[in-house]
Design a protein around this ligand. Structure first.
Ligand code: ZN
Length: 178
C-alpha cells in the first residue's frame, strides 16, 4: 500500500504554515511529524540549528492556532518541568479544508466572470476593461490611446478550470485520508 503523504506536502499547507509562523514553521512541523511521541523544544532546536527561544516563538504561534500542543511533566530528578510538544494533524487538516474551500470559491467566482464577461484590451496590454467600460471609452485605451479589442478568454478559462480541479483533488484526498 502506498504510504500516506505527509500533510505538509499539500500545496496549501506550506503557505498556510509560513503565513502563520514564518519560513521555518514547515520544517518544524515536519520534524514533529516524524516523531511519534512528543518532542522537546531543545530537541527541535538542535535538529533545526536554531536557538531554543526561536523554536519556542514558532511553537507559541502554532499553539495559538491550535496546531501545536504541549505536555508538562515533572522531571523527578531535577524537579523541573519538561515540556514536550506535539503537532495536531487533525487541526491542520481542518484549517486546510477551510483554505481549500475558500480558494475554490474564489476561483469559481473568477470562472463565472470569465464566462460571462468579455474583456477588452489594447495591444500594449495596459488594463483589461469589461465591455461596458470599453464602450464608454469608445474602444480606445484610456492610457495609451490604442484601440481595444476583445480578449480571447478560452485559455484563461481553461487554466482556472484546471486549478479548480487540482484543488478539488487535494481537498478530496484530505477529507478521505486525514
Ligand atoms: Zn493601452
Amino acid at each position: 500500500m502506498a504510504r500516506k503523504k505527509c500533510i505538509t506536502n499539500f500545496e496549501i499547507a506550506q503557505t498556510m504554515l509560513k503565513d502563520m509562523a514564518g519560513d521555518v514553521a514547515i520544517d518544524l512541523v515536519k520534524i514533529c511529524e516524524r516523531k511519534r511521541k512528543g518532542v522537546t523544544d531543545e530537541e527541535i532546536a538542535k535538529k533545526m540549528d536554531l536557538k531554543v527561544t526561536e523554536v519556542r516563538t514558532i511553537l507559541n504561534m502554532l499553539h495559538f492556532r491550535g496546531i501545536a500542543c504541549y505536555n508538562k511533566e515533572k522531571n523527578k530528578k531535577t524537579g523541573w518541568y519538561n515540556y514536550t510538544w506535539e503537532i495536531k494533524q487533525k487541526r491542520i487538516t481542518e484549517l486546510l479544508i477551510e483554505k481549500y474551500l475558500e480558494k475554490i470559491a474564489k476561483l469559481e467566482e473568477k470562472k463565472g466572470l470569465e464566462e460571462n464577461y468579455v474583456f477588452f484590451n489594447c495591444k500594449n496590454k495596459c488594463e483589461n476593461h469589461p465591455f461596458e467600460i470599453a464602450a464608454e471609452y469608445q474602444f480606445k485605451c484610456p492610457e495609451c490611446g490604442e484601440s481595444m479589442n476583445p480578449l480571447d478568454n478560452k485559455k484563461r478559462l481553461k487554466e482556472v478550470e484546471k486549478r479548480i480541479s487540482l484543488l478539488k483533488q487535494d481537498l478530496e484526498e484530505l477529507r478521505n485520508n486525514y
